[in-house]
Design a protein around this ligand. Sequence first.
Ligand code: URA
Length: 203
Amino acid sequence: PAPAPVIDSPASDLDTLRTRARDCRACPLWEPATQTVFGEGPRNARIALVGEQPGDEEDLSGHPFVGPAGRLLQRALDELGIARDTLYLTNAVKHFRFEQRGKHRLHKTPDPAHVRACRQWLVRELGLLKPEVIVCLGATAAGSVLGKDFRLMEMRGQWERLANGTRAFATVHPAWVLRQPPADRDNAYRGFVDDLRLLLDGH
Ligand code: URA
């Protein structure tokens, strides 16, 4: 496949980067999507959460984690006493990838090429934010941040260190929890909350 066009846009702050990302054409996902959904949260956030890609509601609203997965994340954070508005929330891929089925838009996992193209934004975004801790939600985020050899189900819930010294860990995606059969869902949710408990460690 042709390499993704390099985004040649040095930006010295997150607002500038967000504006540049609005017109990104580095992969084809921009065209059917409504808009770029860039990360959001306080500039001094100590913790950044990285998801996969915006879903249907995020695509329409322009804000990350406002749909069902975001509501489950909110519940887990509430349970741990972590205020969501202290966190920076973003995604590995910043356009919604979907398949139209009648009037529904069904989530489709992004291809490695989409993740690779969008990684240029994620790296700049996290480089400007400089969080102390990065939490990867799901395999797509973990692959983009921690490398393609990262094995989510073996390595979830344990501290890693990025080349630049930032501490990071991965857990499952809240949408994965929601997709579990009813009999398994509670366990899946407990495991998700237990992994997120690492955020309460003195790190
Ligand atoms: N799922 C994600 O990975 N990110 C969002 O923003 C919403 C749902």
